[in-house]
Design a protein around this ligand. Structure first.
Ligand SMILES: Nc1ncnc2c1ncn2[C@@H]1O[C@H](COP(=O)(O)OP(=O)(O)OP(=O)(O)O)[C@@H](O)[C@H]1O
Length: 717
């Protein structure tokens, strides 16, 4: 331990980082905090080195706060081990009093976060423990590195047939998936194609652009200047709900040059309200200040079709009904999420792709060739040749050594692989192109767009996009995560303890708060989309159904969110919904983490509602104004006057059933509130009393490390 404290750490490197921290600036300070979080142990130890040299430094105190539990273990030897330990009792035992209440030792679980260190008031050790520090919600929000985005992706919404902005990521591929900027050209929406082949993107530089977008000269690309990176100044949805969207824009024509600079737009204007989809900047001086990014015209318009993607356009009753009926083939396992188009959720790979996956499933250590490209189809060979320019700069999947197949979802097959250049282990998600003739899947375009724009410790990091030998093979390179929560819960015998659930929920809420703060609804939160690594870090993945939203709300498809996690307003056919649908899913997830089984496992929408009503009571117009007006409310459901959630989670149990305190039940009920208007927000949930009472949330460092064997083939589950 002495060695840990006194040397061997990259103090100089740390000092460099330290120097970057502006203690006087709360914003900067909090932002840096995140970086420390990510490399927790290392940075905290370095901090101790600095502590001695810089007595009284606020930074040092901050780190000490995070160190509480482990440092005491080291110094006092009172923790037996990270898996079998007791809490130290005595002078150093801080955090015994929270909110004026004494906390009993016996109530603590091993690894619980301390509520503070020697100076409870000033110690803000970790964004994940900030709730325990009793910070105001405002402070808590500042701690979330949330408003920071790598760059802002672009809101798409085709209903007005308006502008689309696309930037190019540092690999040279388009990272924003946008409708056409041709405001007035109906031709831009003439196609009913729902996907664009990657090769089509390249044809932009050729003559295809011209007929679709008369304003664009053949052989040229239109550039558009977009607003710089949305930073902390971007107003959150909550700040500007009533603000009006304003158009400002200026498009600038230029040559087709693929910038490697990430540029940005954002969908919150200076008033904080999201930009109208497709809006462009009108202020020329403003546009000049901005880095130009490529505006991909015309082809994107082909991606969208009101008929087939109602959530991208105006949702008509007819669309909705037909989409619902198409989705009726629900498998019953609750794990199928929906988009409006049946085509999109159908896994119907072409021959080549099936072959690839079959091989992968039979032999987890298959050859590298499994990741290789398929032979180029002659019919689109020419297009592929053109498209090469578009993806120029992308690395090849050959740069990665395949290790094994991890899992397969509806839209992608995920492999574990090693970057041969850096040696880093990553997850490669191969985009399913089962309908190549229809082009690149919209869900994947969305996912890439949003993930590239997000930067948060609770959101899986998309590092880059690489291509196979065939231009139509696209892989997303993501940070590798050891488990997903669904697989993990299936694999282990014991459910998570309360303090572990709190730790997971805090991380999850932070990620969701970040998304909502940046005008993104995930729309498919469920345990299999929550990844966990052996550092105890939870990250949200699978953004295929995510979308940006704006105020005022517009009709989106209800066919989102996997059935078991789907909010009642969606099940009942509400056409306008918002971030509250994610909060409902979080309620289902919290209950599932505690009980180790899904809370509402309906077989179809009616059965799902029935199960919800039986547990929470049938809603009335009283508790949910507007409920009776919803299309689905006309069905006769079981009349259940009481909320029976307590029966599922008793206060105490001698039979090993999951227990939940009053505060815990209160949070669960607030997440599972019928009226979406009254449902708790992520920010308020982060500040809920449950996270401040014992057992306190477990420190991430003390989260159990689950053997890798459970992570090997998640498909088996
Ligand atoms: N970065 C990652 N590291 C490790 N495993 C991952 C990673 N991303 C995804 N996985 C695994 O792959 C599975 C499927 O991934 P993902 O949900 O992104 O695919 P999908 O096709 O969109 O799935 P779905 O059918 O749920 O829509 C996840 O449940 C998880 O087990």
């Amino acid at each position: 331990m002495g060695q840990v404290r006194h040397g061997g750490y990259l103090v100089n490197e740390f000092r460099d980082r330290e120097a970057e921290i502006d203690v006087s600036s709360g914003k900067s300070y909090y932002y840096r905090q995140e970086e420390f979080d990510r490399g927790r142990t290392r940075y905290r130890r370095r901090t101790n080195d600095l502590e001695r040299g810089r007595d009284g430094s606020i930074r040092v105190r901050v780190r000490v706060g995070q160190l509480d539990v482990k440092e005491q273990e080291m110094v006092n030897g009172k923790f037996l081990s990270s898996h079998n330990m007791s809490y130290p009792v005595g002078k150093d035992d801080r955090g015994r009093k929270q909110n004026g209440r004494a906390i009993r030792e016996v109530d603590r679980e091993p690894g619980e976060l301390s509520s503070g260190s020697g100076s409870d008031e000033s110690d803000v050790s970790d964004s994940r423990s900030r709730v325990n520090q009793g910070l105001s919600s405002k402070d808590a929000a500042r701690l979330v590195p949330g408003r920071k985005r790598k760059f802002s992706c672009v809101a798409w919404n085709v209903e007005d047939g308006q502008v689309n902005i696309s930037s190019v990521n540092n690999n040279g591929i388009p990272d924003s998936i946008l409708p056409s900027p041709c405001h007035s050209s109906s031709a831009c929406h003439s196609s009913d194609e729902t996907r664009a082949s990657v090769s089509e993107l390249n044809s932009l530089s050729n003559s295809e652009c011209s007929p679709l977008c008369p304003g664009a000269a053949p052989g040229s690309m239109r550039f558009i200047a977009v607003e710089p990176l949305a930073g902390s100044s971007s107003a959150s949805p909550s700040q500007c709900e009533q603000d009006k969207v304003q158009d400002k824009g200026q498009s600038v024509e230029g040559n087709h040059v693929f910038s490697r600079k990430l540029s940005a737009s954002r969908w919150a204007n200076e008033h904080g309200s999201p930009r109208d989809e497709g809006e462009i900047f009108e202020d020329e001086s403003e546009s000049k200040r901005r880095k130009p990014v490529i505006l991909v015209e015309s082809v994107w318009s082909r991606l969208y079709s009101k008929e087939r993607y109602p959530e991208l356009g105006e949702l008509t009753a007819e669309d909705s009904e037909s989409a619902r009926s198409r989705s009726s083939g629900f498998s019953g396992d609750g794990n199928q999420s929906h988009l409006a188009s049946e085509d999109e959720v159908q896994i119907n790979a072409n021959g080549c792709m099936e072959l690839d996956e079959e091989e992968g499933s039979e032999n987890a250590c298959a050859h590298q060739s499994e990741l290789d490209s398929l032979p180029v189809d002659d019919s689109n060979g020419a297009a592929s040749a053109r498209s090469f320019n578009m993806l120029h700069g992308c690395r090849s999947v050959d740069d990665f050594e395949k290790l094994n197949k991890i899992n397969e979802g509806t839209y992608g097959i995920v492999f574990k692989a090693r970057d041969q250049k850096s040696g880093e282990v990553v997850a490669l998600k191969k985009v399913k192109m089962e309908k190549e003739r229809e082009g690149f899947p919209l869900t994947s375009l969305r996912e890439i767009n949003i993930l590239l724009s997000c930067s948060h410790p609770s959101i899986v990091d998309l590092k880059e996009v690489v291509i196979g030998r065939d231009i139509n093979q696209v892989f997303m390179v993501m940070e590798y995560m050891d488990h997903d929560l669904k697989g993990l819960m299936n694999a282990v015998e014991q459910p998570f303890s309360q303090s572990e659930v709190k730790c997971l929920m805090l991380q999850l809420l932070e990620g969701v708060h970040y998304l909502h703060d940046n005008w993104i609804i995930h729309r498919d939160l469920k345990t299999s989309n929550l990844l966990l690594n052996n550092l105890g870090e939870l990250k949200i993945c699978d953004f295929g159904l995510a979308r940006q939203y704006g105020i005022p709300l517009k009709p989106y498809t209800q066919l989102v969110v996997t059935l078991w996690y789907r909010a009642p307003e969606l099940l009942l056919g509400a056409k306008k919904y918002s971030t509250a649908v994610d909060m409902w899913s979080l309620g289902c997830i919290m209950a599932e983490l505690l009980a180790k089984e899904p809370l509402f496992s309906g077989k179809n929408e009616i059965d799902q509602l029935d199960k919800i009503f039986k547990t929470l009571g049938t809603p009335t117009e009283n508790i949910w104004p507007g409920f009776t007006m919803l299309p689905g409310a006309r069905v006769k459901y079981t009349k259940q006057p009481y909320n029976n959630l307590r029966k599922k989670f008793p206060r105490a149990s001698f039979t090993g059933r999951s227990v939940l305190s009053e505060a815990g039940l209160d949070l669960l009920n607030k997440l599972l509130t019928y009226d979406p208007e009254k449902r708790i927000t992520a920010e308020d949930a982060l500040n809920h009393e449950w996270f401040r009472e014992v057992p306190l949330p477990k420190s991430i460092d003390f989260m159990p490390t689950i053997p890798a064997q459970y992570a090997q083939d998640r498909r088996l589950r």
